[in-house]
Design a protein around this ligand. Sequence first.
Ligand code: PLP
Length: 406
Amino acid sequence: MSLINENFLELQESYLFSTVAKKVAKFAEEHPDKKIIKLGIGDVTRPIAKACIEAMHKAVDELGTEEGFRGYGPEQGYDFLRNAIVENDYKARGIDISSDEVFVSDGAKCDCGNIVDIFAKDNVVAITDPVYPVYLDTNVMAGRSGKFNKEKQVYENIVYLPVTAQNNFEPELPKQKVDLIYLCFPNNPTGTVLTKEQLKKWVDYAKENNSIILYDAAYEAFITEKNIPHSIYEVEGAKDVAIEFKSYSKTAGFTGVRCAYLVIPKTVKGYTKTGEKIELNKLWNRRTCTKFNGVSYIVQRAAEATYSKEGKKEIKANIEYYLENAKIIREGLIKAGYEVYGGVNSPYIWLKVPGNMTSWEFFDKLLAEKNIVGTPGSGFGPHGEGYFRLTAFGTRENSIEAIKRI
Ligand code: PLP
């Protein structure tokens, strides 16, 4: 008899995006004359930078030659990319990371999900709420969540750290001791950020409690304000306690191309039950070599090209395009009287649903009256209730039109 991993039965069905899709399809069928504007999805729309496309073409041609052919690459990523990451994303910011602390992958989603492999089941996990759902669900699958409380909409063993307007979107340090802390800034879905000083409190907490911070910086490229760290390693002491996730998805439009990386400094240590300190870099390297055969050469050349002079210029222009959309949406909503967060250092705009409506009631109203699609905040966690997410990843024309309608 094959026994299943029963932790999977603890997962709550995520109806969020399927319900959104169903409601939109029904509305479109009933109102074929209406032009629906979709500002719900978190996928990019701008074409990939030419520098990256050219690098991919060149890599394809190389593979068709005797001297340029490559089979399996290094599981951790090619040196040319790991070195480019170190130089551009770390050294250029005054951060000392070595290339063997960088692991290239096919996505931050996989990295965030797979990292749980190297941690024991008994760890107490803290997540901010609302947040990108992958952190929670992968810990449920790994058996760290306990049972789901339907009434409160929370798992009994997970420590939820609310981020709402009430605490100015700065999570409070947990009252109890936690072992693994997921932080995501700029945040999906709230679009809010933490300053270096605010992040320092978390680094200090992690040091005091021998915890690990899992820092998702997938939206780092959208940061516009000074004093907002692009990497957690800009914060003193973080190299002892933090693992960082980065992705080319939102930065360079690679949501379909697939490339990301994670950083585990050799100074980050976990513990055995007997208290022996173990380098997490070593464990992750072992896991990577066993379960992964690397990202394709073609894709890694494309990622390398994001750091070329031309690549940087084109990518900056795309990010600025999305940020201008964010500004239009954000300022338009404020003018229309909404309470609005995010959208300054992020492609996400998080608005307070007016009156006593729920997130879903607001979704229905916006679709019916303005023919605009967004994402109900409650889909990102219980403290997302009463909020609503719009994204700046649409076209300029649609962003302007949406605001006109609102
Ligand atoms: N992390 C966050 C916070 C995200 O919002 C997303 C995608 O929406 C990801 C990671 C996934 O990134 P990738 O495309 O590299 O898997």
